[in-house]
Design a protein around this ligand. Structure first.
Ligand code: PHE
Length: 456
């Protein structure tokens, strides 16, 4: 079944939107600290292999299924199969799960940006340290809830205007702006005195770090990161494929998306680590790197409030371009399958996602006593675990199996769709690997991830 519907105004628009979906907090926040912590270049090598031999392949299969049917993940499974329709329901639930915590993090970015901006504009006698700032923000339920609402309101304003009028327009301006901001901030960071030490900490291979963390946990973290940062496993790419024309091969497009996403992730580290070393700040701070360590640096560097504002605008943009992509999945489903009017669907779902985000927003304050994964953990940790360790790899596995196996869509159909148009073709010799080895690899890493998390 092939359906005619809205489409991208240009191929560049499609690429920008897909890259916008992939480039998000996972790149700027997640990748650098994991790479810094788990062995610099050694981690990068493991990650790059998994991005190519796992993430890229799942991405190509999602794009192909979307383009074939002209539908989002849910509609795609419904169009292509009777037996496996239930997977579509998973694909409808997953975007809610991702956005539930992403909206809260996006809200934090806007809040930080506002704080930096007001300090920049009005000045402030004594600046709180990054740690104090972050703790104050987490402990304030009203702030978290309201900024998540503000973040979703921005998404609403973009999504309600549709694919080419909303998402594509935003990304055509937003993505180049994001790249320019990235370059400007990197130059600032690299020209700080003492920055070289940070570059070599970040990029030089240090097998001892890898040994300390252990090879398996590194593979596990890199695999989860590959799914998360490439936005694969929940149909976010499927929906983008559904609006794409048949002029270009999807294999080539998937390569571009993966390459640029990895490039931005790598570059984000060039902002963070040189700055850490220039100001003698502990670089192995883990997830606190962006929300605690960087604000400390902005507090003391010349023009820091301006740089801080710019950095958090950059983060907010990256978060926005990601969420509008995931949001589109649910909106298009309501429009395609239930015939709901777009604007109505957009605001209804925005409110739904906001409600869904409340447990995460309140998890650090009113619900702080609820520590689902053990002492010191929060609702955010639980949601992150559910998504990164479960929903994305399993969702990716379903897409993959469905594409390759005869009982699903079938290898030949997949190849015919993914390669239609000009551009790079999918390597045929990967058939055995994609059909048999890769699914086993995903299952193995998935199971071992549980063993690692709960049996130690
Ligand atoms: N890729 C996004 C990031 O790096 C997150 C994301 C995950 C988006 C899964 C959609 C689906 O931040």
């Amino acid at each position: 079944m092939e359906t005619k519907r809205a489409s991208w105004a240009s191929n560049l628009g499609f690429l920008m939107a897909a890259i916008g979906s992939a480039v998000g907090l996972g790149n700027i926040w997640g990748f650098p600290y994991k790479m810094g912590k788990s062995g610099g270049f050694a981690y990068l090598a493991v990650y790059a292999l998994l991005a190519i031999f796992v993430g890229f392949i799942v991405m190509a299969s999602e794009l192909a299924m979307g383009r074939k049917t002209g539908q989002g993940a849910m509609g795609t499974y419904h169009a292509l199969t009777k037996k496996f329709r239930w997977i579509g329901w998973l694909a409808l639930f997953s975007p809610f799960a991702v956005m539930g915590f992403y909206a809260v993090l996006g809200g934090y970015c806007i809040e930080y940006m506002a704080l930096n901006l007001s300090n920049f504009a009005f000045g402030s006698e004594s600046l709180a340290t990054g740690g104090e700032l972050f703790a104050a923000m987490l402990s304030n339920p009203a702030g978290a809830v309201l900024f998540a609402a503000l973040f979703l309101a921005l998404c609403y304003l973009i999504n309600r205007s549709g694919i080419s009028g909303g998402i594509e327009k935003f990304n055509n301006v937003g993505m180049p702006t994001l790249f320019v901001m990235l370059v400007v901030i990197i130059i600032r960071s690299l020209t700080l005195p003492g920055a070289e030490a940070g570059v070599s900490f970040y990029l030089s291979p240090d097998p001892s770090k890898l040994e300390k963390t252990g090879l398996f946990p590194v593979i596990n973290a890199a695999m989860n990161q590959a799914f998360f940062t490439l936005s694969v496993g929940i149909g976010a790419m499927c929906i983008f494929g559904s609006y794409q024309s048949r002029d270009r091969s999807l294999t080539g497009e998937a390569m571009w998306i993966m390459g640029l996403d990895t490039f931005v992730a790598l570059m984000a580290g060039l902002i963070i680590f040189p700055a850490c070393f220039a100001f003698g700040v502990e670089p192995g701070a883990g997830p606190g790197l962006v929300f605690v360590t960087l604000p400390n640096i902005f507090n003391v560097m010349a023009g820091g409030r301006l740089w801080g504002t710019l950095f958090f605008i950059f983060m907010s943009f990256a978060a926005l371009s990601t969420v509008i992509a995931v949001f589109e999945n649910i909106i298009s489903y309501s429009a395609d399958v239930w015939g709901m009017e777009r604007r109505r669907a957009t605001w209804l779902h925005a409110v739904g996602i906001w409600l869904f985000s409340l447990p995460c927003a309140l998890g650090f304050n009113l619900l702080a006593g609820f520590q689902p994964l053990g002492p010191g953990t929060s609702v955010l940790d639980l949601e992150d675990f559910l998504i990164s360790n479960n929903i994305l790899p399993l969702g990716g596995l379903f897409f993959l199996l469905f594409c390759c196996l005869r009982r699903g869509w079938g290898w030949d159909n997949f190849i015919a769709e993914v390669d239609q148009g000009t551009g790079m073709k999918f390597p045929r010799w990967l058939r055995g690997y994609v059909t048999y080895v890769l699914p086993c690899l995903i299952i193995f890493v998935f199971v071992m991830g549980y063993v690692d998390k709960f049996c130690k």
